[in-house]
Write a protein that binds this ligand. Structure first.
Ligand SMILES: Nc1ncnc2c1ncn2[C@@H]1O[C@H](COP(=O)(O)OP(=O)(O)OP(=O)(O)O)[C@@H](O)[C@H]1O
Ligand SMILES: [Mg+2]
Length: 759
């Protein structure tokens, strides 16, 4: 079964999105041409990031790229020439390819590996359509599919933004929500604002001193004596020094406060986010990539930090400064002010355009950075496979391509900056020249003093800073707000029902488990279990048998309430588990999972994970029962040996033994063994079986094993086939019945005989 994240696939049931898409495809796809499939790839131009759309219509396959606001076709193939389609997975990226009737193969597009599933689906859909004209299964949208086209502005949302349209997020709403995190620190915020206001006032005074100096001290037409002039000069310089000092002190004080506030707010958000991530259901995790969530934890909260520490204060300061200066200028001489303001709109417009362009080049650079990161990450974590298949050369080449791309993008970005910044400065300088020209005339005809002109020039320097800066700031803020929005999206997801006040508490579970007509699918429209019913009495052991993918682990997942059933009920001691306190349930279930996960840390820490305060004695006893003691003692530091990243320094069987010890120490009422001994040799397994036999006494046990001999001691066996119960009974009963179970046993004993003969 393929799990589709649908992040890159346009939902054709969404008429609004389809209309928007058609509008974009105007001129490429005719109005009456049916759209069968639209999927966006995230790589354009061979190896550069960008959008490329794959479009399937009843007549043709089309690849189109977004250029200057509309889509332009890059590849068009009549379906009559196409034989088959295939999605090929490379490390970190994938290629969608078609084979033509004449045997030629054409690469349609490339995408990053995050879209592997979507394009595997797309290739299969094309194939099916070619073979039997079967239309692609329409994708159900629900909450799981993230929109690719913003319903609001009709623009395309890059897939990595996961449905959060950067153009349309409600800035003020998000800002207010961020600010709500600062409410506990209202006093400090008020203080910061007060300091800022005073600071602005202080900043506005020095240019005015210029006027006093020129019109008073250096104006020889007024009747002041020389010593008086000297005294006034000293006084003014001292006052300026005092103001500077005060300004510096205030700036530092404000910096201290915002630094603390910003760090504290992000600290709070991070703490809340992490707590939420722990509480979210597995369903949520199935749909997200862990990498994405990690980036939300680290990058997005980091962005938030800069937003609160730097950008918001800058926004406030610059806006107030602009207002303050304009007011002072108008008060001093409104005619001259007009000249100051003349170039302002041009500068602002230019600045906005400048930012847009920069945004694009830096966005590209950023994405290429991320892509390079992904290659490194992917390859280094799979280094064993790379070496095993002798692909080192290949990987170096691949990396070098990425590296070159990043290099050119960086050069482009810096060049853009270098090319656009000087004209900006020139434009802002124009205002100053106008003031010199017209102000100078006013001085000459005596309507203003030279002091006023100089003060004006001084204020002007302060005026154009914010005008250039504010549009840039606006852009930065939008980007950071997208980050904030992604964090809030997690915080708004529904957590598991830990805190349900109506939940029933069962401090000690007896262990009667009943499945009543349970139907369940990881995707709601695709059931994995159909109408499953069975009962296990307290202290009994149930063996779950079935082919790979039959749904055995799924039964366990439901019992642990990792997922909730779609239909039917699961009862423990007669109580629906949805009414049971989640903590009581999980605390009394011990699970040895199919692929035991060890945290990096020591052996002892891993065994006592469910019971952190266990004594060393308890840990050792659990390890002995799990048959793990001997091999642990042979490790260099015994129980204090490091197990490595994910337990990488241990063998598969050793990991399983530690997982069993962990479950034994947890001392649960319901024990679950999912292939608990699959990686062990028969000898070890036998010894563990003995230990487990002691362990399963007096607890309800669910055991899953492909090696059926392992399940001999089970009281009952439940045979699943494609999510349905096909047989239920004891080993003897099922052998006598000569059904599915009997056949499975036959095959296995034949297999082991032939291995014995052959080997
Ligand atoms: N998280 C998931 N999201 C979507 N589908 C899933 C998920 N986990 C399992 N499935 C699908 O559910 C079906 C049943 O899987 P399950 O893990 O229960 O099989 P199993 O009987 O335990 O197989 P095995 O013996 O190989 O462990 C499979 O088709 C599988 O692809
Ligand atoms: Mg399984």
């Amino acid at each position: 079964m393929v799990k589709l994240q649908k992040r890159a696939v346009l939902d054709l049931n969404d008429s609004e999105a389809v209309a928007a898409m058609r509008e974009r495809l105007n001129g490429v796809v005719g109005g009456d041409e049916e759209l069968l499939l639209c999927a966006a790839a995230d790589i354009a131009d061979g190896d550069r990031f960008g959008e490329r759309w794959l479009v399937l219509t009843p007549e043709r396959i089309l690849v189109a790229e977004q250029r200057n606001g509309s889509m332009e076709p890059i590849v068009q193939l009549p379906l009559s020439q196409v034989k088959s389609a295939k999605a090929e997975t490379l490390v970190g990226a994938g290629i969608l390819e078609v084979t033509l009737d004449d045997g030629r193969r054409i690469e349609l597009l490339r995408y990053t590996s995050t879209l592997n599933q979507e394009f595997a689906w797309a290739a299969r859909s094309i194939d099916e359509f070619l073979r039997e004209r079967k239309k692609p299964t329409p994708l159900v949208s629900e909450d799981e599919g993230k929109k690719l086209i913003c319903p609001n502005c009709k623009g395309i949302i890059p897939p990595w933004l996961e449905g959060v349209c950067p153009r349309c997020i409600k800035k003020s709403k998000t800002l207010r929500r961020i600010m709500s995190y600062a409410t506990p620190y209202k006093g400090l915020c008020a203080l910061a604002v007060a300091i800022t206001l005073v600071q602005l006032g202080v900043d506005l005074i020095p240019p005015y001193f210029n006027k006093i100096l020129l019109d008073g001290v250096f104006n020889f037409n007024n009747p002041m004596t020389m010593p008086e002039r000297g005294r006034l000069l000293l006084l003014i310089v001292l006052a300026m020094a005092g103001l500077r000092l005060l300004g510096t002190g205030l700036a530092s004080a404000r910096g201290f406060i915002t630094a603390w506030l910003g760090a504290k707010v992000t600290y709070d958000v991070r703490a809340q986010l992490y707590q939420y991530l722990q509480r979210l259901s597995l369903r949520f995790y199935d749909k997200k990539q862990t990498g994405n969530l990690i980036s939300r934890m680290s990058n997005d909260t980091n962005n938030l930090h800069w937003l609160v520490v730097d950008m918001i204060p800058d926004l406030v300061v610059n806006s107030l400064q602009l207002v303050g200066i304009t007011a002072v200028l108008l008060w001093m001489n409104w005619k001259l002010t007009i000249f100051v303001l003349l170039p302002a709109p041009v500068v602002a417009v230019f600045s906005v355009a400048f930012m847009r362009r920069l945004h694009r080049v830096y966005g590209k650079q950023w994405h290429l950075w991320a892509r390079m990161h992904e290659v490194i990450n992917n390859v280094l974590s799979g280094i064993k496979i790379v070496k095993a298949f002798a692909q080192e050369e290949q990987e170096v080449k691949r990396f070098s391509r990425r590296n070159t791309d990043l290099f050119s993008a960086q050069v482009r970005a810096e060049r853009t900056w270098a090319a656009m910044w000087p004209p900006m400065a020139f434009l802002s300088g124009l205002g100053g020249l106008l003031v010199w020209l017209f102000g100078g005339h006013q001085v000459l005809d005596g309507s203003i003093t030279i002091g006023v002109l100089m003060a004006f020039i001084g204020y002007l320097g302060m005026f154009y800073g914010p005008i250039q800066f504010l549009p840039r700031l606006n852009d930065w803020i939008s980007r950071s707000l997208t980050a904030a929005e992604r964090i809030f999206e997690v915080l708004d997801s529904e957590p598991e029902a830990y805190e349900d006040p109506n939940a029933v508490s069962i401090p000690r579970i007896e262990g009667r488990v009943e499945f009543r007509n349970v139907t369940f699918g990881y995707d709601k429209y695709k059931p994995v279990l159909h109408n499953v019913s069975f009962t296990v009495e307290p202290g009994k052991m149930l063996g779950l048998v079935g082919h790979s993918g039959a749904g055995k682990t799924t039964v366990i997942n439901l019992l642990c309430r990792f997922y909730d059933v779609d239909e039917g009920q699961i009862l423990i001691d007669g109580v629906d588990i949805r009414k049971l306190k989640l903590e009581d349930l999980r605390r009394q279930i011990g699970i040895v999972p199919q692929d035991p996960f060890l945290f990096s840390g020591t052996v002892a820490e891993n065994i006592s994970y469910g019971k952190p305060h266990a004594t060393r004695d308890e840990i050792i006893r659990a390890a002995i029962a799990a048959n793990a003691h001997d091999f642990i003692m042979q490790m260099p530091d015994g129980y204090d040996s490091q197990v490595g990243d994910r337990g990488g320094r241990l063998s598969g069987g050793e990991k399983q033994m530690i997982a069993i010890a962990r479950a034994i120490l947890h001392n649960p009422r319901i024990l679950i063994l999912d292939e608990a001994t699959s990686s062990m040799d028969s000898e070890t397994e036998k010894r563990i079986q003995e230990a487990l036999a002691r362990l399963v006494e007096s607890r309800t046990t669910f055991a899953i094993a492909h090696r059926l001999s392992t399940l001999k001691s089970a009281d009952h066996l439940l045979v699943l086939d494609h999510g349905r119960v096909v047989e239920y009974g004891t080993h003897e009963e099922l052998m006598e019945k000569q059904g599915t179970y009997y056949r499975l046993v036959q095959i296995q004993s034949e297999l082991s005989r032939s291995i014995a003969v052959g080997g």
